[in-house]
Design a protein around this ligand. Structure first.
Ligand code: ME8
Length: 624
């Protein structure tokens, strides 16, 4: 039985490359386990409580639940478009989860692991994490994300984390649960340096799970991490011991390195307190950057996974993510590297091999490929290939997807090199027809075996190989072709190319980042900015981003202006508000509508906020 989870993503932001990375690795593993015949469950979902979400929702005039519904469905939609094979899409606002967390809190309380005190220290809203003064960077910045923390002084319930320090260290030692293994040292040092009891309730905002009624203290809500981590258990309908309850403990919790501490220190302690079993493995991967920088909306360098998949194909995107970076290392997204991998690996080594096999077999043997003579003529090649296949499985099981793929491409190289070396067309000319057919049989079997093992990563293109060679990608064939080393006969159908060579980058080039540049006052004077009142505002059908405004300027003049802020504001809530607008821009046509001006906004972190006068002023007032 294999239960595998992704983190549940915060709903303060839409999905980006990093989220897609974790989810695609998890999906690949789940597909691989299913192929092996394991009963498998994959969970993903969203993390919806806490101060960060409450603030994000307020800033956009949504209730937290409305906002959570909206972003959660965007995550789900993307995973559906990406054909992520999740079994459970979990949300922390589900009543089943809320009931579970309350029950859990009560159990830990009754056990004597929770006590009431006062919290005095710092809090990073972005990481939803507590810090002491000495842990902070300059100007009270969060040591993890660098954002400013806030000083908290509030009554709080505490969890006796310190009590579990030795047990956690023992678990690291005995179960060896952390992957990659080099991440363990960091954790051991952190735990050995002394665990302080952890504040696990907050009182200064509302958006979270209340304490269980039995505790009779309803101004507290449960700390978002204690809430969120237990989604992995609650979603199995564990409280009612539903049919999925048997999947706990999880085989693998997959996380980014940013949240390893929560999963590998706090979570095991909570689980021990609740008398629940600990997960078998926790795998922490590295961080993706764009040109060495953290991705953020304010820098304008966020990579949208959908854009890449739309431009290059889902399989190529999946392959690149898994192949490019050793699991655990950080990676920098480069479109050039993606293109190189498509051209030299997916197209040259994989796609072309299918074309060559199809072409030769249709030409020489009516599309019939028999497994006769393969072992007599090409035993060495066959053995080398089987070894690569076996190694690839071990690498994937050890969470080294790049090496698993490397091994499979080494196996493909054996086929491609054999064709170059033995030249079946010359063998036929020389009358060695049996050897030529055996060679084609060898290559077709290599391609079929590799495709079986590649299928978790490249579900679409391997399905095309299977269709073309007429065999099934399933557990039975995994058993027969990979484990029992059997050879198949094939009846080949023609198939269009699996991949095409990419000649030039396909992603729309983003404007280069503005360097710090000084302008003269006269340059600034050329820009006319005025205050305008929103008279009407509506969404534009077919666009998620655009709002269409009718703005009133001097003397009742009305202007139509489009602005890409629909993700941040509801149209009807803006009517009657004053905004700042550049009025002397050349007119533009956007989405078929004329736009005569530009509304100014501030990029505040990942948020986008409209700018307007502090007090009501005359419409059309000049800004200087
Ligand atoms: O932390 N590179 O949610 P989150 C690689 N709700 N992976 C990245 C990444 C990047 N640049 N950015 C994000 C939370 N990720 C909590 C989790 S679990 C009980 C609660 C991935 O939306 C990576 O997996 O901030 C990281 O751990 C996760 O997204 C954080 O997502």
């Amino acid at each position: 039985m294999r239960y595998i989870t992704t983190p549940i993503y915060y709903v303060n932001d839409v999905p980006h490359l990093g989220h897609a990375y974790t989810t695609i690795i998890a999906d690949t593993l789940a597909r691989f386990y299913r192929l092996q015949g394991h009963e498998t469950l994959l969970l993903t979902g969203t993390d919806e409580h806490g101060q960060k979400i409450e603030q994000a929702a307020k800033a956009r005039n949504f209730t937290p639940k409305e906002y959570a519904d909206k972003i959660s469905s965007e995550f789900k939609k993307l995973w559906d478009e990406f054909e992520i094979s999740y079994d459970i899409y979990a949300r922390t606002t589900d009543s089943r989860h809320i009931e579970f967390v309350k029950d859990l809190f009560l159990k830990m309380w009754k056990k004597g692991d929770i006590y009431k005190d006062k919290y005095e220290g710092y809090y990073c809203i972005s990481c939803e994490s507590f810090f002491t003064k000495i842990q902070l960077k300059d100007e009270n910045a969060c040591p993890d994300c660098g954002k400013k923390t806030e000083l908290l002084e509030e009554e709080s319930y505490f969890f006796k984390l310190s009590k579990y320090q030795d047990a956690i260290l023992k678990w690291y030692e005995e179960a060896d649960p952390i992957l990659p293994k080099n991440k363990k040292t960091e954790l051991v040092n952190f735990v050995q340096s002394g665990l302080k009891d952890l504040s696990i309730t907050r009182t200064s905002f509302d958006w979270g799970i209340k304490l269980p009624d039995e505790i009779k203290d309803n101004k507290h809500i449960i700390y978002v991490w204690l809430d969120a981590l237990f989604i992995y258990v609650s979603s199995l309908d564990f409280l009612n011991q539903g049919k999925n309850a048997k999947f706990w403990p999880a085989h693998l919790l997959l996380v980014g390195k940013d949240i390893l501490r929560f999963h590998a220190v706090y979570f095991p302690a909570f689980l021990m307190s609740a008398n629940l079993a600990l997960p078998r493995f926790i795998g922490a991967h590295g961080w993706w950057t764009k040109e060495g920088e953290k991705m953020s909306k304010s820098k304008g360098n966020v990579i949208k996974p959908k854009d890449i998949a739309d431009a290059y194909g889902l399989d190529a995107f999946r392959y690149f993510l898994l192949r490019e970076v050793p699991f655990g290392n950080d990676g920098d997204f480069s479109e050039t590297m993606l293109i190189n991998r498509i051209n030299s690996e997916l197209n040259n080594e994989f796609g072309n091999l299918l074309s060559r096999i199809v072409g030769m077999s249709l030409k020489y043997s009516n599309g019939i490929i028999l497994n006769e003579g393969i072992l007599e003529n090409f035993k060495t090649e066959f053995d080398v290939v089987q070894k690569h296949l076996e190694d690839s499985i071990i690498f994937l099981e050890n969470l080294q997807p790049n090496r698993y793929l490397e091994e499979l491409f080494k196996a493909l190289a054996v086929a491609n090199l054999s064709i170059t070396k033995y030249e079946p067309w010359n063998l036929i000319k020389k009358g060695e027809v049996k050897k030529a057919n055996a060679l084609i049989g060898l290559c077709a079997n290599i391609l079929a075996k590799v495709s079986l093992l590649l299928s978790p990563t490249l579900p679409k293109s391997t399905a095309k190989v299977a269709e073309s060679l007429n065999f099934k990608i399933d557990t039975k064939n995994y058993q027969a072709l990979i484990l029992e080393k059997q050879l198949l006969n094939f009846k080949v159908n023609a198939q269009e190319a699996l991949f095409t060579k990419i000649e030039k980058p396909l992603l729309a080039q983003e404007a280069p980042l503005q360097q710090e540049q000084k302008i003269k006052i006269d340059d600034f004077a050329k820009i006319e900015i005025k205050v305008a009142m929103v008279k009407a505002c509506e969404n534009i059908q077919g666009s998620k981003k655009l709002l269409k405004f009718q703005l009133e300027l001097d003397n009742g003049e009305l202007r139509q202006v489009l602005s890409g802020i629909a993700e941040y504001y509801k149209a009807d809530e803006l009517i009657g508000k004053q905004v700042c607008v550049i009025t002397n821009l050349k007119k533009a046509k956007i989405f078929g509508y004329e736009s005569d001006g530009m509304i100014l906004t501030a990029q505040s972190g990942d948020d986008c906020v409209l700018i307007g006068p502090k007090e009501l002023v005359l419409n059309g007032s000049l800004i200087s």
